[in-house]
Ligand binder design. Structure first.
Ligand code: AHR
Ligand code: AHR
Ligand code: AHR
Length: 481
């Protein structure tokens, strides 16, 4: 059985079932998600390998070979058509064309399930999905349940990495107009024990960790690599539950009455579905989603415990974030452009600017050092890498406003993540393309000889599709210095 078969047996059927990694019904053979590639704008759908099985990631890899791919649709497996698509503007305007949010990279969150490769949905700040015309989801004070499997190590403190029930207008229509799973370290409304991240309920104008607004010490910090999260609510009753999605059982972090703050009892749920954003399209948050559902009715703890057992049996394991020529931590490298007409140029810094410069064996020692980088274990994720300046130890290549800079590490989570990059086989067939860990739609790209993290066909000038594959492909050589 799949999670939704279990919810059905419990009398609380799924009304929305989303996953890019696997079928959530044992008989499901339809489309799990759609990807769109950068080379020609073509789309394809990815289905399970077999009924009830893991997604056919190899089909995605073939379709997306030597180009970029975005996840355009996360299909609803429940049969109700409650698909998730690119979120439109609302209280906040998104960064993409016409104020839409960005779409997720199709390769930001590789995993295996029982040894079979699949991809999750890696939400960078600015990314979001939504459905404002969902059918069958809870409205008003009606009962519902939700679970989601997330990456407990991918989060931030912005508003709001959510999955669940929200406004149909993309705007904040008042207390009690949402009921969604939240995960992260936002402290503007509620907190739990320790320094987070926490699973909380986004009920609109408040992230709730328990009965009262503010701190509820029974809601623990949880950072399992694969994290099971649950929020459910019915008339004057709601709960938060969670656990390790790779082993063991769920714990109940809160179960009891609705918050006494005005507007949350009864609830005024509107029934739209969001992923990666707040109800008003707040889009500063980050996180990773693998699978999740919304139900009709308030699931029993026993039903959810069976769902947890099913998730554990799916055997989620982290996949490789890198491919192509392997890098050796501690070695010095230089990175040569492969765009025709620019192949004598290497990534170098001039003070804090990161640019390309013509470098050769007869260049000055100063220039050779400016174009040489010590490979370090990724400051923000040890599965990827950081690049420390040979002539300025302690300073690393990092992105800032999507430009690359050489900055001294300030030790913050933000800096470490901005300085973490995952090399993959070069998109033009040469060398490596260097993907941002935190914005996996974006790669080291030279544009007018200046370095950016660029997305293929994005809104900025440096995102131009012309010459994209060449501009993001770098031959990695032994460092000049
Ligand atoms: O409840 C927290 C957030 O507040 C909601 O997600 C958003 O709509 C509002 O800004
Ligand atoms: O480069 C994108 C973002 O810009 C970085 O993550 C952040 O440090 C800056 O605001
Ligand atoms: O960085 C040099 C060139 O500038 C790039 O190849 C091109 O995309 C841009 O015009």
């Amino acid at each position: 059985a799949g999670p939704c078969d279990i919810y059905s047996s419990g009398g609380t059927p799924c009304v929305a079932a989303h996953s890019t990694t696997r079928a959530l019904y044992s008989s499901f053979t339809g489309a799990l998600y759609q990807v769109k590639r950068g080379s020609d704008g073509a789309t394809t759908t990815i289905a399970p390998l077999s009924a009830g099985g893991v997604a056919n990631a190899a089909a995605q890899d073939t379709f997306c070979a030597n180009t970029t791919c975005l996840i355009t649709i996360i299909y609803d497996q429940s049969g109700r058509g409650n698909h998730l698509t690119q979120a439109p503007p609302g209280g906040f305007t998104g960064p993409d064309t016409s104020g839409y949010d960005n779409l997720a990279s199709a390769i930001g969150a590789p995993v295996t399930l029982n040894g079979q490769k699949a991809y999750g949905v890696f939400i960078s700040p600015g990314t979001g999905y939504r459905n404002n015309a969902a059918s069958g989801t809870a409205t008003g004070d009606a009962a519902e349940g939700m679970y989601a499997v997330l990456d407990g190590t991918h989060y931030n403190d912005a508003c709001c990495f959510d999955y669940g029930n929200a406004e149909t207008s993309n705007t904040d229509t008042g207390n009690g107009h949402m009921e969604a799973i939240y995960f992260g370290t936002n402290t503007a409304w509620g907190t739990g024990a320790g320094s987070g991240p926490w699973v909380m309920a986004d009920l609109e104008n408040g992230l709730f960790s328990g009965l009262s607004s503010g701190n509820n010490a029974a809601d623990p910090s949880v950072s399992y690599r694969f994290l099971s999260t649950i929020v459910k609510g019915e008339s004057n009753q709601w709960a938060i539950r969670g656990g390790n999605a790779a082993s063991g059982s769920l714990s109940t972090y809160y179960s009891g009455a609705r918050p006494s703050a005005s507007g949350y009892n009864p609830m005024s749920k509107e029934g739209a579905i969001i992923l990666g954003i707040g109800g008003d399209n707040s889009h500063g948050a980050q996180g990773t989603f693998y699978e999740g559902v919304m139900t009709s009715g308030y699931p029993s703890d026993a039903t959810e415990n069976s769902v947890q057992a099913n998730i554990v049996a799916a055997k989620y394991v982290a996949g490789s974030l890198t491919s192509g020529t392997a890098l050796t931590v501690g070695s010095s490298i230089s990175l040569r452009a492969t765009t025709s007409g620019y192949t004598t140029r290497y990534i170098a810094h001039n003070s804090s600017s990161v640019i390309t410069e013509v470098v050769s064996s007869s260049s000055s020692t100063i220039l050779k050092e400016q174009a040489s980088w010590t490979v370090r274990t990724g400051l923000g994720n040890s599965a990827c890498f950081s690049f420390e300046s040979v002539d300025t130890p302690g300073s690393y290549i990092r992105h800032y406003n999507f430009g690359l800079l050489l900055n001294a590490s300030d030790g913050t989570k933000q800096f470490k993540e901005d300085a973490t990059f995952c090399p993959q086989s070069g998109l033009n067939g040469q060398g490596n393309s260097i993907r941002s860990w935190s914005y996996p739609t974006r790669y080291f790209r030279h544009y007018n000889n200046v370095l950016y993290i660029a997305s293929n066909g994005g809104v900025d000038t440096f995102d131009a599709t012309a010459s994209f594959n060449d501009d993001v492909s770098w031959v990695i050589t032994t460092g000049f210095a």
